[in-house]
Design a protein. Sequence first.
Length: 175
Amino acid sequence: MTGHKLLIIEDDVVFARTLARSFERRGYQVEVLNGPEEVEPRARAFVPERAVVDLRLGGSSGLVCVKQLHDIDPTMRIVVLTGFASIGTAVEAVKLGATNYLMKPANTDDIEAAFERVDGDVDTELKARPTSIRTLEWEHIHQTLADTNYNLSEAARRLGLHRRTLARKLDKKHL
């Protein structure tokens, strides 16, 4: 048994429940929140050592939660999960206090390993890989979203897109 206290902030209720059960079987004491509204009071009351935060929480950004958790306890290990990864959001998550950043689907083993990888790895292989135009567009959109504090209307204005066009692009699964 690990005895760690884990806070899961995830708006997908089924995924959150599955993740919570899996960590409970490993000996974690788990609390689940479905959005950023109660993060500060619940984190102060529960005092977690670790947190899993979804990057997109409905209309909110998980980056707000990462900042709140890090401000409460700078030693907390925070892993950000996302189905919408970009270099910009990964950098911002780490700057705001995340320990690691994982793409969905991630399982309990992946997340637990990410909690343990707090230091960088100087032996990480440097690969030159060409970036596709789709990936560049995706990263530019997400950087603009981060720059506008996830205000969809303002991001669309800065990108020169109609708000609905931007919403459709965000709803598409990026591969």
